[in-house]
Design a protein around this ligand. Structure first.
Ligand SMILES: Nc1ncnc2c1ncn2[C@@H]1O[C@H](COP(=O)(O)OP(=O)(O)OP(=O)(O)O)[C@@H](O)[C@H]1O
Ligand SMILES: [Mg+2]
Length: 344
């Protein structure tokens, strides 16, 4: 469990103080993959660096597995940090060391004997799928393989928490997926708590249980990933979600719909749903019950953490009173209904 309590971080900038984090409060439950997403400059790297006190917060406390890191003496802090591994966007491998020796480094530094090191490193290389590449140098392996080395190295000191700062940002989508699958596997098999920093909602969708959205140093939204996808509340969240789910109609389609709407009556609705909407004929029942026409304009059915997730933009035609009743009824069925625009 990680608790970030009232954390603020100020830096001296050329024109005065920069407040990189403002009173951040977050709790990461043990064994979860917790995503922190935000635009460039939102404070993500600053926040993740405060978790292991690479950057000491100006105010507030960091509690990891019950220990308040911010009040530990240097020796105890060094000890506590061994429980927190970290992986990076650019892998940070030593080019003069082989794959094996990169993973062995933290153990050498901790004074472990050669035989024990071998005993510890080989299973880690198996775990990340690099046993056959153990004698290669970083220049002789791919980006995805480099990140696997980074992960194995982070796991060498048997951490309970893994921090990941944009670990897949330098990788192509397919390699990203394989690294995210590996992180999920490690999370499950080792019961490791993972904090993932990213600017990509796709990463959140693929591996995270819970997400916090950071904007200008503040947490503007947090919750289980499926809830945030169903009903994003903050404008930044919506903007970030724009890459993975249809929030709005494409502009050309919107113009055509607006033109059609001005000639008649209609409501442009966004429907978002999970299990109910996918397993049951909610839409067709709505149409029958309230004698409406639904034109599906845009949408997708997808899966988030094994749960179905759908998002549709529909043009609802018919008696406005019945449209309003239908919206209420859909909400009672667990569908998130939002009016995108409305022309009488
Ligand atoms: N050591 C520092 N000294 C001064 N300002 C800093 C320092 N580190 C970060 N900042 C400032 O704090 C703010 C947050 O930076 P941070 O690197 O945490 O953002 P980020 O969300 O990780 O962005 P990106 O997605 O681009 O990596 C920025 O305005 C940045 O310029
Ligand atoms: Mg960053």
């Amino acid at each position: 469990m990680i608790e970030i309590r009232n954390v603020s971080q100020r830096f001296a900038g050329p024109t005065g103080w920069v407040e990189a984090l403002h009173n951040v409060n977050l709790t990461v439950p043990p064994g979860e993959v917790f995503g922190i997403i935000g635009r460039s400059g939102a404070g993500k790297s600053t926040l993740v660096r405060t978790i292991n006190l690479l950057t000491r917060p100006t105010e507030g406390d960091i509690v990891v597995n019950g220990r308040t890191l911010t009040s530990l003496a240097p020796a105890a802090l060094r000890e506590a940090r061994r429980e927190i591994g970290m992986i990076f966007q650019h892998f940070n491998l030593l080019s003069s060391r082989t794959v094996f020796d990169n993973v062995a480094l933290p153990l050498e530094l901790a004074g472990m004997k050669h035989a024990q090191i071998e005993e510890a490193v080989l299973p880690l290389l198996e775990l990340v799928g690099l046993a056959a590449q153990k004698d290669r140098y970083p220049s002789q392996i791919s980006g995805g393989q480099k990140q696997r080395v980074g992960i194995a190295r982070a796991l060498a000191s048997k951490p309970k928490v893994l921090l990941s700062d944009e670990a897949t940002s330098a990788l192509d989508p397919e390699t990203t997926r394989s690294i995210l699958d590996l992180l999920r596997k490690i999370n499950r098999e080792l019961n490791l708590t993972i904090v993932m920093i990213t600017h990509q909602m796709e990463v959140i969708k693929q591996v995270c249980d819970r997400v916090a959205v950071l904007e200008a140093g503040r947490v503007v939204e947090t919750g289980p990933v499926i809830d945030v996808f169903l009903q994003p509340r903050h404008e930044v969240t919506r903007a970030l979600l724009g890459d993975v789910i249809a929030q709005e109609l494409p502009p050309a389609l919107k113009a055509r719909v607006a033109e059609r709407l001005t000639k008649g009556r209609g409501h442009l609705l966004r429907l978002a749903f999970t299990d109910t909407g996918v397993d049951q004929p909610v839409l067709s029942e709505t149409i029958r019950r309230f004698e409406l026409d639904f034109t599906i304009l845009h949408g997708q059915i997808d899966e988030i953490q094994g749960r179905p997730f759908g998002s549709l933009a529909v043009l609802a035609g018919g008696d406005p009173v019945k449209v309003a009743q239908a919206m209420n009824w859909l909400r009672e069925q667990g569908v998130v209904v939002e009016e995108l625009s409305h022309v009488e």
